[in-house]
Design a binder for this molecule. Structure first.
Ligand code: FMN
Length: 312
């Protein structure tokens, strides 16, 4: 029997044990409502919901997405129905699912992060919190928090005090070296770190002589960012292995198939999240689980944990 289980919060009293390491990334699977009709969500390791704010947000003006070579740029601007709708409408449905749901939260201030975490306390159907310190599209907060290790430490500690749920801190790649913010999160009470969020970029519409996105900048995602994401996961995993060996790394960035997923696991990720590929293939997560199983069978690997960090 192969064991695909992975523990993402080994220091937490309840833990966050996933049946397999394949998680869908925030912003690419909504709240799981539509996708649960076309994909077998019960076969995924976990679902991360859209970045949720205290109040509903309509997001940025159009155009807010564009295709790029092997990827996309988005500047959605955190369109979401707000935390109260999530708690009242979606969480009761999640409570009936086997698959854990991780709620991704985005505050514009420290106080908002605290309030978001406090509101989720004790809500049935919520398995963990992922703190988005890295959304590059919200001028008031995301970028400022995400690039600065001191700010990441601060936001992690205040959320840690506000919640008893397993706490994942999602890190920004935009400072170039994610190790300082990863260490800041791990030393301030994060149960795990996830990386990377999108990389800031722009496109120009040559007929209009203007930036393509109304927001000017957007976040680059998809296969185009995979080697960068993999390097950052590798660096952070090596660093945390020495300093915080019980803080797992969740790898994100351009993962589209089982080979990509296995690369991230070998680079030190205990789980992976898949984002952009969900838009072209909502069953990608299921196929990746099957592909990992096939590899383990062929290579006679009994437990997924044997693969984690093998290439470090
Ligand atoms: C359209 C879109 C919306 C996203 N929204 C969020 C979000 O609300 N919160 C967040 O933390 N990350 C968000 N992300 C980032 C993804 O979760 C992921 O970190 C990133 O896209 C890299 O993974 P990928 O290359 O597999 O897409 C979004 C990405 C895309 C493409």
């Amino acid at each position: 029997m192969m064991n695909l289980q992975t523990q993402l919060a080994p220091c937490h009293k309840r833990g966050l044990l996933l049946q397999n390491p394949v998680v869908v990334a925030s912003g690419t699977f909504g709240y799981g409502m539509d996708d649960s009709k076309i994909t077998e969500v019960h076969n995924l390791g976990a679902i991360t919901c859209k970045g949720t704010t205290l109040y509903p947000r309509i997001g940025n003006e159009q155009p807010r997405i564009m295709e790029t070579a092997s990827g996309m740029l988005n500047a959605i601007g955190l369109q979401n129905p707000g935390i109260h709708t999530v708690i009242e409408e979606y969480a009761p449905i999640w409570a009936t699912w086997q698959t854990p749901v991780i709620v991704n939260i985005a505050g514009e201030t420290l106080e908002e992060f605290v309030e978001l975490a406090s509101l989720l306390e004790g809500v049935d159907g919520v398995a963990a919190i992922e703190v988005n310190v890295s959304c590059p599209n919200v001028l008031a907060g995301g970028a400022a928090f995400g690039a600065d290790a001191e700010k990441v430490a601060e936001v992690t500690s205040v959320v840690r005090r506000a919640t008893t749920l397993p706490l994942i801190v999602k890190l920004s790649p935009n400072s170039g070296d994610v190790r300082p913010t990863a260490l800041a999160a791990a030393s301030s009470g994060a149960d795990a770190v996830s990386l990377i969020n999108t990389i800031t970029g722009i496109g120009i519409d040559i007929s209009k002589r203007r930036p393509t996105l109304a927001n000017v900048t957007g976040g680059l995602s998809g296969p185009a960012i995979k080697p960068i994401a993999l390097r950052m996961v590798y660096d952070v995993a090596r660093e945390l292995r020495l300093t915080y060996p019980r803080v797992p790394v969740i790898g994100i960035g351009g993962i589209s198939n089982a080979i990509d997923a296995l690369e991230f696991l070998m680079a030190g990720a205990s789980a992976i999240q898949i984002g952009t590929v969900n838009f072209t293939n909502p069953r990608a997560g299921i196929e990746i689980v099957e592909g990992i199983e096939k590899f383990m069978q062929q290579e006679r690997v009994e437990s997924i944990t044997e693969l984690v960090g093998m290439a470090l």
